[in-house]
Design a protein. Structure first.
Lengths: 261, 261
């Protein structure tokens, strides 16, 4: 059991989100290493100021457009995604017409089932990745992480893999798939090698992506292609690094920062 | 059980340290929230470049001098410290002549005992903080975190509290104690309110502090005081922020950063 967070703690909100993750670990939805990954995200989000910066909104637009333009987009779900924003990811799946596929770095039958239950509880109507008769393997990567669904990632031209490991992202790119990701570290291998990278907290990002998907889904294909040309993933990641850099410099020069007590 | 990390993974080293923390959690040494805290540290260390920058060496010097000048310095140990560098913290305790005190944010009898065992195994000869007959409370903070040892933190003029929570750091400062910390986030409340903050990975920091302690411990008190005047915690934290800022900007401008595959 997680001890109660004192209500007078200045980082109360952040501690509550942590408890959600820890609770997810107890329910076998979140892998133990998923807690560490969440911590890395917390640090980068702290540097961002825990808000969606302008460049991230542009990344999210580009991400949604890329997924809407794809022939058979798929959304890959892992434990942290299922614990942090299960309802939001189900809404995105519906808005994009892209199925959900459970796809785990630390794969066990128990986790697969726990995540499936969490997604069903959040309103998911169908979920790929759990039926052994549709399992295929990506030979480019070692380990259990190579298993994919023949109806989903295996045959998809564009995969949304938020909070993904770099190894697997690169393997999927080598298979000539377009990859869209959410990763708060702009220089992670996943961020650097994806077709579109969103440098934002996944909780904020997916909510905003649902809005963009509903806004863009009735647009003409040619208009979406035109809009897509306005953005470049590399430029936006550089902007993310520059934004973080200037945030740290601004904090260094804040006169009152040391006047906490 | 933690699944085996594939040897061909480019972040193999980092994954192995993560496994050490996860193993520490299984042994009840590390709190669940301690895994998330480790992740935050990983992100900031990644920005530093996973090396000790020049400003951190100066922070470590100032920290060691401050502890050597104290009347009754104490080293506060929590689960992450015990899991990441138990032998090194015992060496530091010996080099500084400062006792170790177990002091936990998420306090349970089980964790206290597990950490005590880890420290004894690492060579600790005596450990404060576990004998109920010497327990005192800090009224400035709520929660179980207020318990301290009358022979240690309660009566100490200078406490080394690596990886500490901001609430408790501030409470200890209000009691007019000098506080030395290790915290990779230069703008955490702990970093900002401590007397001396070390913005570095604790594994590297403690090893370097032991060297400085052995080098400085035979110095005259007046020489140490003179040396101490050369440094200022606020200036060094600003330098840490500037260093991180320039690292991110440098990465943004690296031409080959996107040429991973």
């Amino acid at each position: 059991m997680v001890p109660e967070v004192p209500k007078d703690h200045p980082r109360y909100e952040s501690l509550i989100t942590r408890e959600k993750l820890i609770e997810g670990m107890h329910q076998k939805v979140v892998a133990e290493a998923g807690l560490i990954a969440h911590g890395r995200g917390e640090a980068f989000d702290y540097i961002l100021g825990e808000i969606t910066p302008p460049f991230a909104l542009r990344q999210e637009k580009l991400a949604v457009i890329t997924l809407l333009l794809a022939k058979s987009p798929v959304i890959s779900v892992n434990g942290n995604v299922a614990a942090l924003c299960p309802k939001e990811i189900v809404s995105l799946s519906e808005a994009l017409g892209a199925p959900l596929e459970i796809n785990l770095f630390y794969r066990t039958q128990e986790r697969e089932t726990a995540i499936e239950e969490a997604l069903v509880k959040a309103g998911a109507k169908s979920i790929l990745g759990t039926d052994p008769s549709y399992q295929n393997t990506i030979t480019e990567i070692s380990h259990l992480r190579r298993i994919v669904d023949t109806r989903g990632i295996a045959s998809s031209d564009c995969v949304f893999v938020p909070l993904e490991d770099g190894d697997r992202t690169i393997a999927l790119r080598k298979l000539k798939k377009e990859i869209v990701t959410v990763d708060l570290n702009p220089i992670s291998r996943t961020s650097l090698t994806s077709t579109v990278s969103i440098t934002n907290n996944i909780i904020r990002a997916v909510v905003e992506m649902v809005k963009f998907a509903n806004e863009f889904k009735d647009f003409n294909r040619s208009d979406l292609l035109e809009e897509k040309k306005r953005y470049n993933n590399k430029d936006l990641l550089q902007e993310a690094l520059q934004f973080m850099s200037s945030r740290l410099l601004k904090l260094a020069n804040e006169k009152n920062i040391f006047e906490i007590f």
